[in-house]
Ligand binder design. Structure first.
Ligand SMILES: [Zn+2]
Length: 515
């Protein structure tokens, strides 16, 4: 081992999401609610962008979002088995009963309730709320509810060890014969999402039937495991087996992500469950129920004539897993260099001075750009920049700095805050209806995109005055020189003059590029 000297640089410690969150103003914590992060506006933007991305995919993947209670009576948790197996990790709360009044007190007053650690029982209640036929299945519910788990105090930290968190939770109720197809679709959803997030490689691990403590028949387990294996093979990705490591109620697939330090994190999960549907006495009507239960079909009219109840298979699935944990990984992975769509600081307009026309122009642009996005989100999906269509609700984040400080100070602050696009506007720009824009805060892939969009060659946005006698302007340097923006130091800001309309379209398009 070499001896460290004063001249050697100490090794750079890996980025810590808690430190980065302070710099980027993402979240804070409080002694008044240990383990429950308080998301600041920037953190809330990232949170919403992630959940809105998933929402935008739910139509394609057949999920329907539901909204369910945070507290349920103890009797529900007894039915689900949580009170018996999970009570130590649950918060209990008291509340009034709700079935009327008796001698001045509500019936069942001060009943014990539990704060939900999972959404599954609520989704079972929705499934059971009406008669279901085999034709209705699969039924897929999604839920972003906050969940509470009473973790021991010592373990709490940042966004990774928390007591309150959110999952992109989903439950699929399907026929035994549909397991393979549902697992394949879920693996496709995982693949798409992780490509979009750009978090890099992940591996898949199948956990199979425990040796002794399990429920259900061996045939059910064998069928389910065979279906999972087929789906894993069909996914074309590498996977491994953790023999005997499944939960007692069913086999599962874990998605394990490797971070830049090589450390592994379990994020997404797909879990089969034979138990919960039985505990909640869930059923659907199907012909030839005895065969249906085993995932088999028949053409025999005599057998098909008999309808009967069958218990659906329940698949618990989360693509991100904990939204908070994925955020921690993303914060460390991007280390401030957010892709445009996820960046909470997308666009800032710096005014050269605080004169009324200039400030009004900046405010007008902010309003226009945000409004444009709203209109666009309500219109038909635009696949110009596939891979993925836009979700609604991801408004463009536009800030203005019209403080009476020097432009140099404003630029350096905007750069330090890592705004993706920094625009400067002065009196001349108001006249010409343009902004001087610096796109260097957008990570590399997007710069390539901007090049593709001919921004650098100015074929679309340039001022007509900039057109040379030879025709097109060749280089960006040439453009900057001719941009009539002497207030800018090119060392500070590699700048391009961009017409307002063009910029509006450009930023809006970038909003819809998920990489
Ligand atoms: Zn669940």
């Amino acid at each position: 081992m070499s001896k460290a000297t004063a001249t050697e640089n100490p090794p750079t410690p890996p980025a810590d999401h808690r430190q980065l969150a302070i710099e980027q103003e993402l979240f804070t914590t409080s002694i008044y609610s240990p383990g429950s992060p308080l998301f600041l506006p920037n953190g809330a933007k990232i949170f919403n962008k992630l959940t809105n991305f998933l929402r935008s995919q739910y139509d394609d993947f057949g999920f329907q979002e539901v909204i369910t209670p945070t507290i349920y009576k103890k009797s529900l948790w007894e039915k689900s088995g949580h009170w018996e197996n999970y009570a130590d990790d649950m918060y209990s709360v008291t509340g009034r009963g709700a079935s009327g009044e008796k001698e001045g007190r509500q019936i069942g007053e001060d009943k014990e309730y539990g704060l939900k650690p999972m959404n599954c029982p609520g989704h079972c209640l929705i499934f059971a709320s009406k008669q279901r036929s085999y034709r209705d299945l699969p039924i897929r519910f999604a839920d972003f509810s906050p969940l509470h788990r009473n973790e021991i105090h010592g373990a709490l930290s940042g966004l990774t060890r928390v007591r309150r968190f959110h999952q992109d939770d989903g439950h699929i109720f399907c026929r035994p014969s549909q397991i393979r197809e549902e697992i394949s679709r879920t693996l496709d959803f995982v693949k798409l999402t992780y490509e979009v997030l750009g978090l890099g490689l992940y591996r898949l691990a199948l956990s199979t039937r425990p040796a002794d403590h399990y429920i259900g028949t061996i045939e059910e387990w064998d069928n389910a495991e065979a279906a999972l294996k087929e789906s894993l093979d069909a996914s074309g990705q590498t996977w491994t087996v953790n023999e005997g490591d499944g939960a007692f109620y069913g086999p599962k697939i874990d998605i394990i992500l490797k971070d830049t330090d090589g450390k592994e994190h379990q994020t997404a999960t797909i879990q089969l469950d034979f138990q919960l549907p039985k505990r909640f006495e869930l059923e659907y009507q199907a012909p030839a129920p005895e065969l249906e239960k085993r995932g088999l079909s028949t053409e025999d009219p005599a057998l098909l004539d008999v309808q009967g109840p069958v218990t659906p298979v329940l698949i618990h699935r989360a693509v991100l897993g904990s939204v908070e944990r994925i955020m921690a990984l993303l914060i460390e992975h991007y280390n401030g260099h957010w892709p445009f769509w996820l960046n909470p600081r997308q666009f800032i307009i710096l005014t050269v001075n605080d004169s009324k026309p200039v400030v009004d122009f900046a405010k007008d642009i902010k309003k226009k750009f945000q409004r444009f996005h709203k209109q666009n989100a309500m219109g038909p999906r635009d696949s110009d920049f596939n891979p993925v269509a836009v979700g609604t609700g991801n408004g463009l984040s536009v800030d203005i700095d019209d403080s009476p400080r020097s432009l140099k100070k404003k630029i350096s602050e905007a750069k330090r805050k890592r705004y993706a696009v920094i625009a400067v506007v002065g009196a001349k720009d108001v006249e010409k209806n343009r902004l001087i824009c610096d796109f260097s805060g957008i990570p590399d892939p997007h710069n390539r995109l901007i090049q593709n969009m001919e921004l650098r060659h100015g074929r679309t946005y340039r001022d007509t005055k900039q057109k040379t006698s030879e025709g097109d302007i060749e280089s960006s340097d040439e453009m900057t020189r001719k941009a009539e923006a002497p207030m800018l130091d090119p060392q500070d800001l590699k700048s391009y003059p961009v017409q307002v309309e063009y910029l509006r379209n450009l930023l809006n398009s970038l909003q819809r590029v998920y990489f």
